[in-house]
Write a protein of this length. Structure first.
Length: 201
């Protein structure tokens, strides 16, 4: 029996896991950077001394790349991407869902809208296009739910694919949070942190 509530629960679970995974990745990278400094200070003090200057150069490059990436892409670029993807063999439910989303979020539809609405819908449009390109139906469903678009009936294979994606994110989160490095970085107890640091070194 079809139950839209089941799809909505999967959307919420997927959305929550995506946010959790993004934060975990950010924290894990920070943990690696911090421990790398400790490691170099202990075993390669001469490298640690030049670390600050290297970090400044990296930060400058990252800022420049971010500014370049933040430039508004043209409508022609998006139209070309849509045409390219639509020529590929895609799930018809995914394609129909994207068309419904694009009818409300394509840059051509937003010219007369307030700035805050343009920005929000432009973000949804980009995420939807990316989801179409990668056959990510759960993200497409999430975007549709945000806009109040009717959710389609899914096939058994859709549910299998969504479940596989959710389990993959859970596995990735578990793999990070079970490491010594994670326990060291997140520990609030200084003695435990010191012990783990010694074990890692």
């Amino acid at each position: 029996m079809y139950d839209e509530r089941k799809i909505k629960l999967l959307i919420l679970r997927n959305s929550s896991l995506k946010k959790e995974l993004a934060i975990c990745k950010e924290m894990f990278q920070e943990a690696k950077r911090e421990f790398d400094v400790i490691y170099k200070e202990k075993f390669f003090p001469e490298l640690a001394a030049s670390k600050e200057e290297q970090q400044k150069d990296i930060s400058t490059k990252e800022d420049n790349n971010q500014q370049q990436g933040n430039k508004e892409k043209s409508k022609t670029f998006y139209d070309n991407q849509i045409t390219k993807v639509e020529k590929e063999k895609k799930d018809p439910i995914l394609k129909k869902l994207f068309k419904n989303l694009a009818s409300e979020t394509h840059p051509d539809k937003l010219e007369q809208k307030p700035e805050f609405e343009r920005e929000e819908k432009h973000k949804i449009f980009k995420e939807s296009l990316s989801a179409l390109e990668s056959d990510d139906i759960i993200t497409m469903l999430e975007m549709a739910m945000k806009l109040g678009i009717e959710l389609p009936k899914l096939t058994k294979q859709h549910f299998v694919d969504i479940d596989r994606k959710i389990k993959s994110m859970q596995k990735e989160i578990s793999a990070m949070t079970r490491t010594y490095l994670w326990c060291w970085f997140t520990s609030e107890d200084e003695e435990t942190k010191e012990r783990l640091s010694n074990e890692l070194l």
